[in-house]
Design a protein around this ligand. Structure first.
Ligand code: COA
Length: 180
């Protein structure tokens, strides 16, 4: 059941492979409902649960390399949001990391969960001595507003970078953020 104040009861942390696997079904649900709602997160609709399951199993496996952090937001033991951080393994970019697949369950949106996940991304990036973050997102959505509000700087727009899950062309915006 949803709490009146999800932030009050919310825990945000890096998920170990074991904990992420415990929440695999919730990760699958998060991704499937986001794509159904039109989110541009690499998939098209219809997205079936086995495909989403394969994606998350791959993401969980890649966390074992140490270059990839899977962060989760949990309320009452239920995973309601996630984001991923890739620490550049390239020797000439030890200061850089990229942010992927910020997802908040639709029942918990507009309560600050997305902002809290992004705050944790920044904290984790700093813990790993990263000072430059990059991401791209669809133009004109809640995510664009969120990143601008959190001080991300627009690098540029790419027209028709992706199709949305229903085949409509969409532009994306690249953002960067320097961490002090
Ligand atoms: C983008 C996304 C992650 C944002 O998550 P969220 O938890 O809703 O984000 P927040 O709650 O921090 O902010 C969203 C809005 O709620 C508002 N808000 C935050 N806390 C609030 C509160 N306590 N009361 C009322 N409004 C609040 C914010 O001001 C913001 O308003 P805006 O949309 O007018 O700019 C979510 O919409 C989502 O999962 N979308 C689908 C996937 C997607 O597109 N991901 C981006 C990939 S790059």
């Amino acid at each position: 059941m949803m709490t009146a104040d999800p932030l009050g009861a919310m825990k945000i942390d890096v998920l170990t492979p074991e904990v992420a696997t415990d929440h695999l079904a919730e990760l699958v649900e998060l991704l499937v409902q986001a794509v159904e709602n039109g989110a541009l997160v690499g998939f098209v609709w219809p997205l079936d649960a086995p495909t989403a399951n394969d994606f998350w199993q791959g993401a969980i496996e890649s966390t074992t390399t140490g270059d990839h952090l899977l962060i989760g937001a949990l309320v009452d033991g239920r995973l309601i949001g996630t984001v991923q951080l890739y620490l550049s393994p390239e020797p000439n970019a030890p200061h850089r990391a990229e942010v992927y697949k910020l997802l908040v369950h639709r029942d918990f949106q507009n309560r600050g969960v997305g902002a809290a996940l992004m705050t944790e991304v920044e904290a984790q990036a700093k813990n790993h001595r990263r000072s430059l973050l990059l991401l791209d997102t669809v133009e004109g959505g809640a995510s664009e507003r969120l990143y601008r509000r959190m001080g991300w700087r627009e690098v540029g727009t790419v027209p028709h970078h992706f199709n949305d899950p229903y085949g409509k062309p969409k532009a994306s915006i690249y953002f960067m953020k320097h961490l002090s």
